[in-house]
Design a protein around this ligand. Structure first.
Ligand code: UDP
Length: 256
């Protein structure tokens, strides 16, 4: 029988060459869908995720409306083609759970009292999955909410820390998630360090739990910079543009 390759080598390098506290590469683009009020596309390692936001808009069905505040509703979906194993299309227990915990995380930051009877609808579509899709989806949705101009305390960011071969590892990949001893996704408001999502699969000691939370929070602060850059890029106004327009007008006047 062939022995499985260890998840960490003698220099504590991971199977994809990362250090134990290193994130996979992350790219975010804001405002990728014209129809939605806000949107974002995110690539995180091999994960590819689209997020769209509508609202605040009248909540339906009406009996679900809250006369004092907005509902924050999320639908997380993994496309049937997002993994190579056969995945039944449509909602399952896992996607219902992920949708719920993400809705709850955003309920904490959205100023819901400003929009009674409405709902803020968040759609997360995982196009390609490679472990950590709830963190990727939540991080993308946060940018989409800001792009939609939804009043919020701050952006929310998410990142998991796991355990493999007895060591804590930041942002576990697919094989580390499958063969590791723990996986702990966390979402935080980076400025205040309020934790708005914390889940755990596996076992960690109390000491490891504390250290893993610190690793995830510090990583979230790095990702926060990427989120803000994506929003800055989307809304940056170049001062050269009006000059070019003026030059075109001047040329047209001369030609006439
Ligand atoms: N996965 C899969 N089929 C499924 C659900 C998940 O292949 O029906 C894979 C996918 O790569 C996912 C990973 O298993 O990212 C880990 O799933 P988990 O439930 O831990 O959630 P995630 O880490 O994506 O938030």
């Amino acid at each position: 029988m062939e022995l499985e390759k260890p998840l960490l080598d003698e220099n504590k390098r991971r199977i994809d060459g990362r250090a134990v506290d290193e994130l996979r590469p992350i790219k975010i683009e804001a405002g990728v869908l014209n129809r939605a009020d806000g949107s974002a596309y995110l690539e995180w390692g091999e994960n590819k995720v689209l997020a769209a936001v509508y609202g605040p808009r009248e909540a339906h069905p009406r009996h679900r409306q809250d006369p004092t505040r907005a509902l924050v509703q999320c639908r997380y979906n993994m496309a049937a083609f997002s993994v190579s194993d056969r995945k039944r299309p449509g909602p399952d227990r896992r996607s219902v759970e992920i949708s719920k915990v993400i809705s709850e995380a955003f309920s904490f930051v959205v100023f819901r009292e400003q929009f009674p009877r409405t709902s803020v609808d968040i759609f997360i579509e995982v196009l390609q999955a490679e472990a950590g899709t709830r963190c990727a989806g939540l991080t993308a949705a946060s940018v989409a909410l800001a792009d939609a101009g939804i009043p919020m305390r701050d952006l929310v960011v998410s990142c998991a820390t796991g355990k493999a071969d007895g060591e804590l590892i930041l942002d576990p990949g697919k094989e580390e998630d499958n063969r590791g001893q723990a996986d702990m996704p966390l979402a935080v408001v980076p400025r205040t360090e309020d934790i708005v999502l914390l889940q755990m699969d596996g076992h960690l000691t109390q000491e490891e739990l504390k250290k893993a939370m610190r690793m995830s929070i510090d990583a979230c602060k790095e990702i926060y910079v990427i989120q803000k850059d994506a929003l800055r890029k989307r809304y940056a106004v170049t001062t050269e543009e009006p000059v070019e327009v003026q030059e075109t007008i001047d040329t047209q006047i001369k030609e006439e």
